[in-house]
Design a binder for this molecule. Structure first.
Ligand code: TYD
Length: 197
């Protein structure tokens, strides 16, 4: 099973993935955690480009869209292999990040057509003001309108794919968010919900 956590910057994905992985392993499941962008050469190039103060500008976003798709393609064999061994894959981001961040235009979907669709997308939905507070030190105005668009794109994606997307309120504290995540995915993994608090 391929489970993905998505959300705007500051939504708390990495904290939640660490706790989720531990819980699943304690429940006797084998888990592989992956992160996009990866640590491939393309991933390193992406991280460098993300540092550019003009990273939210249109042409840099388009360039990032191309690089993210290439970086992701290199991950697909690993995901298939782990799934074949019955491991649960938990990924920090997927091609849905590209659809939300790099503007949901047709060509982004086209260049990601070889990306595997996750079985479950946990969308950590955070208020943009809270996100800005958590990601201090950046160009706040630009960041705010950019992140608002990303948040809206995510919610549109979720509205159009209700079976796959599970919206988690990320404005709550990390413990409550983790409980909500566990309760959401437990039925898909044959884990009893009643013991989760
Ligand atoms: P993020 O998960 O926030 O990384 P970190 O934990 O290092 O802060 O992801 C890095 C950034 O990359 C984030 O701003 C979202 C962006 N991103 C895209 O714009 N498109 C994509 O396809 C992916 C995977 C990430």
């Amino acid at each position: 099973m391929y489970i993905v956590l998505e959300g705007i910057d500051g939504a708390g994905k990495s904290t939640q993935i660490t706790a989720l992985k531990q819980w699943l392993e304690d429940s006797g499941l084998e888990v592989e955690a992956i992160v996009e962008p990866t640590d491939s050469d393309i991933g390193l190039l992406i991280r460098k480009l993300l540092q550019n103060p003009k990273a939210t500008e249109e042409n840099i976003q388009k360039t990032l869209g191309l690089l993210f798709a290439a970086d992701r393609l290199l991950l697909m064999d690993k995901i298939s292999k782990e799934e074949y061994c019955n491991k649960i894959i938990i990924s920090d981001r997927s091609f849905y990040s590209s659809l939300a961040y790099q503007n949901p235009s047709g060509w982004i979907a086209e260049i990601n057509k070889f990306a595997k669709k996750p079985d479950i997308v946990l969308l950590l939905d955070l208020d943009v003001d809270l996100a800005i507070e958590r990601c201090s030190g950046e160009d706040e105005f630009e960041k705010k309108s950019f992140l608002s668009n990303v948040k809206d794109s995510y919610l549109d994606l979720a509205k159009n794919d209700k079976n796959r997307f599970k919206i988690i309120n990320a404005n709550n504290g990390p413990k409550k968010v983790q409980t909500d995540i566990r309760k959401t995915i437990a039925p898909f993994l044959g884990i009893c919900v009643s013991g989760i608090d």
